[in-house]
Design a protein around this ligand. Structure first.
Ligand SMILES: NC(=O)c1ccc[n+]([C@@H]2O[C@H](COP(=O)([O-])OP(=O)(O)OC[C@H]3O[C@@H](n4cnc5c(N)ncnc54)[C@H](OP(=O)(O)O)[C@@H]3O)[C@@H](O)[C@H]2O)c1
Length: 301
């Protein structure tokens, strides 16, 4: 099968499309014929070698952590799905004609393979960090970096849980944030004042998704309590008493929940751009610029 691979860390040019063996699903796994795979910032960070201390990977390596496609083989102990089912989920090396998924949900009929491909990493991360930051129904959550994949999922999962969100993005993306259910504001100097004007009763929790070095500002905005702030990007956060979250959790329930919300008309992760597999380097470059709205995906013919 064709698969994206890289043999050394480096720029996008190290990404190659190679012929490799089709992987076999282990116990509790399924194999899909991939129709589309999500592009996540972790993909280019791993490829560039930025994660080699935290997440060492054997080289040559594949790329991609989420995908949507049609099940073509089922491992031992798998129940509830069978060959021919359309699913989306989390796996490894999903930028390939076939990929193994560890966690999945049935793809709703009205959800395209392209959009479904971008669900898993964003939904798993969003569900985990809403839970870990400890924000409750009726409270207000500040989302720093709200217009990308994770932020878009956070806003909608929070709304479904009765949590109000204020999300930061550049001005042209404010209508997009509003469409997902957030109150938008711009990032940059003066954030505390803008948030105070939007939420005079205060903000009970904050998520640092953008990793733009504003941990202390977020602590001040949430009333000075660092336990109400969580970062998924800033390894220096603990120096300020702020939790980080880097370990994925089992996402089976969260993926099924997002599928149900999609069917109910209250969850969507718009795809900004679709690339064919052989344009993977361009997809990494665009992701690395840091201004994607919603998701980027690659498709497999
Ligand atoms: N720890 C974990 O478990 C975990 C899991 C998933 C992702 N992550 C990390 O979380 C980060 C976000 O992931 P993602 O998939 O959401 O990325 P993404 O889709 O690439 O996010 C892009 C968005 O970030 C916004 N942005 C850029 N600079 C900003 C700033 N200074 N303030 C506020 N927003 C800003 C952009 O909005 P504008 O265009 O308006 O600037 C853009 O819409 C990445 O660094 C990723 O590696 C961590």
């Amino acid at each position: 099968m064709k698969a994206v691979r890289f043999h050394s860390y480096g720029g996008p040019e190290v990404l190659k499309i190679e012929e490799i063996d089709v992987p076999e699903p282990g116990p509790g796994q399924v194999r899909i014929a991939v129709r589309a795979a999500g592009v996540n910032p972790i993909d280019w960070k791993l490829r560039a070698g930025y994660m080699r201390e935290m997440m060492p990977i054997p080289l040559p390596a594949g790329s991609g952590f989420d995908a949507a496609g049609v099940i073509d083989a089922v491992g031992d102990g798998v129940s509830g799905v069978s060959v021919g089912d359309a699913v989306f989920g989390k796996g490894h090396h999903t930028m390939a004609e076939y990929a193994i998924l560890q966690e999945w949900a049935l793809k709703p009929d009205g959800l395209s393979f392209e959009e479904a491909a971008g669900f898993a990493v964003a939904v798993e991360t969003a569900a985990r960090i809403i839970d870990q930051v400890g924000v409750k129904r009726g409270e207000t959550l500040l989302v720093s970096g709200a217009a990308g994949g994770v932020g878009s999922a956070v806003i909608q999962l929070a709304r479904a849980a009765g949590i109000r969100t204020i999300g930061t993005a550049s001005e042209p993306k404010h209508a997009y944030l509003r469409s997902l259910g957030a109150i938008p504001t711009t990032y940059g100097p003066g954030l505390a004042g803008r948030v105070a004007a939007l939420a005079p009763e205060g903000v009970q929790a904050a998520l640092d998704i953008a990793g733009s070095g504003i941990i202390q500002e977020l602590v001040a905005i949430t009333g000075g309590d660092p336990s109400r702030v969580l970062s998924i990007t800033d390894p220096t956060a603990p120096q300020h008493g702020v939790k980080t979250s880097f370990e994925p959790k089992d996402s089976t329930q969260a993926l099924a929940g997002a599928a149900a919300l999609f069917t109910a008309g209250s969850f969507t992760l718009p795809v900004e751009r679709v690339f064919p597999l052989d344009r993977i380097a361009a997809a990494h470059e665009l992701s690395a610029q840091g201004h994607v709205t919603g998701r980027l995906v690659i498709t497999i013919d």
